[in-house]
Design a protein. Structure first.
Length: 295
């Protein structure tokens, strides 16, 4: 089976990616998404979790990535559906309209349906996922659950019967956090990396519901995976290569551009160690990338 890889990051609009990825001196008309799409073939959109994005914004994204025929967007479902679990027909209509815009332009990857750690396995939770899947039955659905109670045969059978992708995540192992172990439930895989900054993650949990700055909110994702960790990760990802048609790898360790550096390294490791095209900015910020830079 010739498995297709989509490798990118969770979001692209980060001021602290300047100058490590985006150049410090940007010319008039310089656009971050356009620049990003020159190097990667997908992105996970996180803004759609916080707000209902205007169709004009979606149309703008589509135009900005037109020079990369392979580029796709994975849309994170709004928190009304997953965390608040209260949504109406108007909410559904807005989300569906935007998804249809992306699909018609052949830019839609799928929908990330991310639930909080507190969303543990039971009949009510299963019913809620089923409800969302029924709404988006014609879209690839990647479901992220974070509690280890979901690692049971009944849950996995439910995912398989409903053509749901069980999202694999890597994060610090605290409490009943789900471990990093790829699970295949259909012909796609969706793998997200949140970093392994254990202390910052613990601190973030203790500060939950308190008012925090952007830096404080992002600190738990501040983590650069080592070359050794990435080799081990690549081996685990490759272990499911023959079981799926498509593997999506999303780096969410975004502070300072660590996600970008690690994404480039995983492109190298997962694509038969081919050399990777990268901008000078990222190689300067992460000198170890010189070894995989295309000549």
């Amino acid at each position: 089976m010739n498995t297709k890889y989509h490798i990118g990051t969770a979001g692209w609009s980060y001021k602290d990616w300047v100058p490590n990825f985006y150049p410090k001196n940007q010319s008039a008309g310089f656009d971050w998404l356009q620049y990003y799409s020159h190097y990667f073939n997908c992105v996970e959109v996180n803004s759609t979790y916080y707000t209902y994005v205007s169709p004009k914004v979606i149309e703008g994204w589509i135009k900005k990535v037109q020079n990369n025929d392979e580029f796709i967007f994975h849309i994170k479902l709004h928190q009304d559906f997953t965390h608040k679990r209260k949504f109406d027909e108007q909410n559904v209509k807005v989300v569906r309209f935007n998804l249809d815009l992306l699909r018609k332009s052949e830019r839609l990857g799928g929908v990330l349906i991310q639930f909080p750690y507190s969303f543990s396995f039971d009949g009510v939770a299963i019913h809620h996922i089923q409800k969302i899947k029924d709404i988006f039955s014609d879209v690839s659905c990647f479901v992220e659950v974070r509690h280890s109670s979901w690692r049971n045969n009944r849950a996995l059978e439910f995912f398989k019967q409903n053509d749901l992708t069980f999202c694999t995540i890597d994060q610090p192992q605290i409490g009943q956090a789900i471990p990093f172990e790829p699970i295949v439930t259909n012909d796609q895989a969706y793998i997200r990396f949140h970093g392994r900054n254990l202390e910052a993650w613990k601190k973030s949990i203790s500060n939950f519901s308190k008012e925090q700055t952007y830096q404080e909110q992002s600190s738990r994702y501040s983590y650069l995976y080592s070359p050794g960790e990435l080799v081990e990760i690549a081996q685990k990802i490759k272990s499911i290569e023959q079981k799926v048609k498509e593997i999506n790898v999303i780096m969410n360790n975004h502070p300072k551009g660590d996600a970008v550096a690690n994404a480039f390294e995983l492109i190298h490791l997962l694509k038969e160690k081919t050399k990777v095209e990268m901008p000078e900015t990222i190689v300067k910020a992460y000198p170890r990338l010189k070894e995989i830079l295309v000549n």
